[in-house]
Design a protein around this ligand. Structure first.
Ligand SMILES: Cc1cc2nc3c(=O)[nH]c(=O)nc-3n(C[C@H](O)[C@H](O)[C@H](O)COP(=O)(O)OP(=O)(O)OC[C@H]3O[C@@H](n4cnc5c(N)ncnc54)[C@H](O)[C@@H]3O)c2cc1C
Length: 353
């Protein structure tokens, strides 16, 4: 088996960190360059004032996500099923009372990670040497230089490696990174059309001192066509001693200030679950359009458009540049499973060819 020399991974999200972890197991040296001040990318767990792990990004996964399940086991992390017992609510119209329904226990439930999804990216990062991860290192240029590639960051630092792997959404690679020599025209044309999963989503999360909805027989699950909350789920922690909700706001919510979004969220919950909803111990939300996920590119409405495109499975710049990232996966593209599958695919191509 041929072992490649040092490889630079651009992006410290789940795909980049998984790739670094898998390559470290094969004694391949990597350097992860991450633009933002934190690792994790679209995985972002924050803590409420009472210490509840609260998800602003990726939250749920399923048994059928085999690569993710294997990695979770390997890293000795704990999964637990999403709570769904009790009455769920469906608001069809703002002027009608909500419909109440019971969700039957799922044969294949959604799972969450104890401690929050961030425990996954934290566990991967802990397996890497800290000198091989650079935060605040936004890559702006990739250049072929004889039989190496140079990678330049916004701050002017230049790194050299045998190969480079782009572990970020293709839309970002197209709009934010200059390639020399230029990528083939058909690749340049495809990259901006590859939908970045969840770009434009508005996720919110609330923390409460007690699970007043559970006590009143509600599951915490809400679907609404009427209010600012479009989808909501119980967000109680694994130990069942910290409580809250998480979910998605309607897309129009992105145009309000966070203050207004919070006010609308609490008003909707007050109407549906009573006035205890008005006293959360923490509220967070995030509009996923920032410079680390979309950076001014348009939100592509068609889900998974051109995800896993065959051109994303090829190498460029004389075999020195590869694509990784969940949007390149041939299965479960967009999801955490896709990010891991993509990383495994790249390892296969780098080490077995
Ligand atoms: C709101 C939301 C909810 C989600 N819910 C779920 C869910 O429940 N289940 C599920 O399976 N998946 C979910 N996902 C999707 C999941 O988060 C992604 O599939 C996964 O995290 C993607 O990992 P990635 O490494 O491919 O990309 P990313 O996480 O996007 O990582 C890319 C990294 O590259 C960095 N970067 C960008 N530009 C540069 C540059 N120029 N130089 C250097 N670094 C750069 C970014 O800062 C980022 O850290 C959700 C996503 C969001 C946003």
């Amino acid at each position: 088996m041929k072992t490649p020399e040092k490889i630079i991974l651009i992006g410290g999200g789940l795909s980049g960190l998984t790739l670094a972890y898998l390559l470290a197991e094969k004694n391949v040296e990597t350097l992860v360059l991450e633009a933002s001040p934190r690792l994790g990318g679209r995985i972002q767990t924050v803590k409420g004032n009472l210490g509840t792990p609260m998800e602003l990004g990726a939250t749920w996964f399923a048994e059928k996500h085999c690569h993710l399940s294997t990695l979770i086991e390997e890293l000795q992390l704990q999964k637990f099923p999403q709570f769904s017992k009790g009455l769920s609510l469906f608001q069809t119209k703002s002027f009608e009372p909500p419909q109440k329904f019971f969700v039957p226990e799922a044969e294949a439930p959604s799972y969450r990670l104890a401690g929050g999804t961030k425990t996954l990216t934290d566990a991967l990062a802990q397996k890497l040497e800290s000198k091989n991860i650079r935060l605040n290192a936004r890559v702006i240029r990739i250049r072929e230089a004889d039989d190496t590639v140079t990678v330049e960051t916004e701050s002017g630092e230049v790194f050299k490696a045998a190969k480079v792997v782009l572990c970020l959404p293709p839309q970002l690679a197209a709009s934010r990174i200059e390639f020399s020599p230029a990528l083939p025209k058909h690749v340049q044309e495809i990259l901006p059309t590859v939908q970045t999963w969840m770009a434009g989503a508005v996720k919110f999360t609330l923390e409460y001192a007690e699970p007043f909805w559970r006590m009143a027989g509600y599951s915490g699950m809400l679907y609404s066509h009427a209010g600012v909350i479009a989808e909501m789920y119980d967000h109680t922690n694994f130990e069942e001693d910290k409580y809250g909700f998480t979910g998605f706001l309607s897309s129009g919510a992105a145009s309000y200030t966070q203050e207004v979004r919070k006010e609308f969220v609490l008003r909707q919950l007050d109407e549906l679950l009573g006035e205890k909803a008005l006293k959360p111990t923490a509220y967070f939300d995030k509009v996923w359009t920032d410079e680390f996920v979309l950076a001014g590119s348009p939100v592509i409405q068609r889900p998974h458009q051109n995800n896993g495109h065959p051109l994303l499975q090829k190498s460029y710049i004389n075999e020195k540049l590869l694509f990784c990232g969940t949007e390149t996966a041939s299965e479960f593209a967009g999801y955490m499973e896709g990010a891991i599958q993509a990383a495994r695919g790249v390892v296969e191509r780098l080490c077995n060819h």
